[in-house]
Design a protein. Structure first.
Length: 319
């Protein structure tokens, strides 16, 4: 029976034609140019229900875009979870065993634990290791403006500004539950030139999310010199003249759930600005969750209110 809470405007593409790839890793394809340049990697389906990334990459394949400089790798991450996607209950296919985007530390990847997501992450690890620049395409639970998650390092923020959209750049340290691919290895090392971005393109299944994911992907490739603007005209091409004035949100802390009973005091959807320090925004068991300063921005409050997971991130505009 259809669940009326979910309005799925997007149609998941058939990615079976990309299964073989050409890298020895299923669903990963590398294209090389004759002219030297960086290795740009674009990945989608880190979560199996976030289909806007699959749509963007499928569009790039169908347009037969080839790099002018360097190397371009395109891939689909959690294909096992994606294979379970059902528009009648689309939230169920986020992952099979665990969150693919909380596994990206050497200790976890080299450890003895096994899961569907860990096996796939270990297989993809050489692809991620080879990247000079990485773009990870995501979407969000609520219908809020897109966010570029740029991390804490200046190199990531600088790349986000070169991409030029979306308007909001969020700088955060990640989750207590485990590191994201965006922060893995050289991406999170200030001494390394390797740089990664994570785009939250909008609500998971709204039509606009696929448009944002595609636009960000194309701008990312143009910014790196992988392609020229004329090369992507067949896909509509980014309107660089329409780039917004970007604003930066600095995340100061993530509220990690410590009890089996967490609830917000209101139905927050994200980017609410709470004017007064010490305002109660939720209860973690018997403990009040308070805003730590005036004009506190609530970022990506979760519907998955489970012990050990992030309930919400707290930040402030710094520009």
């Amino acid at each position: 029976m259809s669940d009326l809470r979910f309005n799925v405007e997007l149609t998941p593409p058939d990615i079976a034609p990309y299964r073989a790839g050409n890298t020895g890793v299923e669903y990963v394809t590398t294209l090389a140019a004759r002219e030297a340049g960086p290795h740009a990697v674009v990945l989608g389906l880190t979560h199996g229900n976030e289909i806007c990334g699959a749509i963007a990459i499928d569009r790039l394949f169908r347009a037969d875009i080839r790099p002018r400089r360097g190397t371009l790798t395109l891939g689909f991450n959690n294909v096992a979870a994606y294979s379970e996607f059902d528009a009648r209950y689309p939230i169920a296919s986020r992952y099979i065993d665990e969150d693919f985007n909380r596994l990206w530390s050497p200790a976890t990847l080299d450890g003895p634990r096994r899961s569907s997501e860990l096996e796939r992450a270990r297989t993809l690890r050489p692809i991620v290791d080879a990247a000079d620049y990485l773009l990870d395409l995501h979407s969000m639970q609520y219908t809020t403006p897109p966010l570029m998650l740029a991390g804490l390092l200046p190199k990531s923020r600088d790349l986000a500004r070169r991409v030029g959209i979306p308007e909001l750049i969020m700088c955060d340290a990640g989750h207590a539950a485990g590191p994201r691919m965006r922060d893995y290895g050289g991406f999170g090392d200030p001494a390394s030139p390797k740089t990664a971005l994570l785009i939250e393109a909008g609500q998971h299944w709204e039509k606009r999310a696929a448009e944002v994911a595609t636009d960000v992907m194309l701008r990312f490739l143009v910014a790196l010199g992988t392609v020229d603007r004329d090369d992507v005209a067949a896909l509509g091409g980014p309107d660089f003249a329409a780039s917004p004035r970007q604003r930066v949100i600095e995340v100061t802390e993530a509220v990690t759930i410590t009890s089996d009973r967490f609830e917000f005091v209101e139905n927050y959807v994200g980017l609410e600005v709470i004017a007064k320090q010490g305002s109660v925004i939720g209860h973690d068991g018997d403990k009040e969750v308070l805003t730590p300063y005036d004009n506190c921005v609530l970022i990506m409050p979760s519907r998955r209110l489970v012990r050990g997971q992030t309930a919400v991130r707290l930040g402030r505009y710094i520009d």
